[in-house]
Design a protein around this ligand. Structure first.
Ligand code: COA
Length: 149
């Protein structure tokens, strides 16, 4: 995506990240949660920046050769122009370089837009958690991809 840079997140990105999170999710992570993730070796936090403004972020947590894509969002006005794809691509590259073989994630069953993006990156459905989400109550699809080293 032209004009968008994806890089590791820094402390001074936290307010923008938390703002997008709050506007995007009914059960939003707190600013303190994001702050606690920065600087942890097993956590990857990346941001997409356009014109100096943070427009999206992705978070993955690594453990024992596997990783969970724990969060991904792009601010609503900037969606549909490739930022989500750029973020996901960068996170998966980082995980591959870190020796991760398998990545999984949970997504609301109604979130076809996000699921489509994940499927394009090779994610496949491996299960479903009943009533996993609240506000509104909804199943989670569990998706996973094997990364080639
Ligand atoms: C899922 C999400 C991160 C994708 O980010 P994005 O920047 O819109 O993603 P991209 O532009 O790279 O790809 C989105 C795809 O959605 C479709 N799309 C089309 N118009 C769109 C629009 N106005 N808004 C969003 N997506 C659109 C396109 O099919 C696009 O794929 P394409 O490249 O084949 O055209 C973003 O929609 C988002 O933040 N959603 C809310 C939070 C969320 O659901 N996160 C995932 C939780 S598991």
């Amino acid at each position: 995506m032209r004009g968008v840079v994806v890089r590791r997140a820094r402390e001074d990105d936290l307010a923008a990240i938390a703002g997008i999170e709050e506007a995007t999710f009914s059960e939003a992570w707190s600013p303190e949660t994001f702050a606690s993730l920065l600087g942890r070796d097993e956590v990857v936090v990346v941001v997409a920046v356009e014109g100096g403004v943070v427009i999206g972020y992705g978070v993955a947590v690594i453990g024992e050769g596997e990783a969970e894509l724990a969060n991904l969002a792009v601010s609503s006005a900037r969606r549909g122009r490739g930022a989500g794809e750029a973020l996901l691509s960068r996170v998966l590259d980082h995980l591959r370089e870190s020796g991760v073989g398998r990545v999984y994630l949970a997504v609301r069953s109604s979130n076809t837009r996000a699921a489509e993006l994940y499927r394009r990156f090779g994610f496949r459905e491996i299960g479903r958690h009943g009533s996993y989400y609240a506000e509104p109550r909804e199943d989670a699809l569990v998706l996973a991809v094997e990364l080639e080293s």
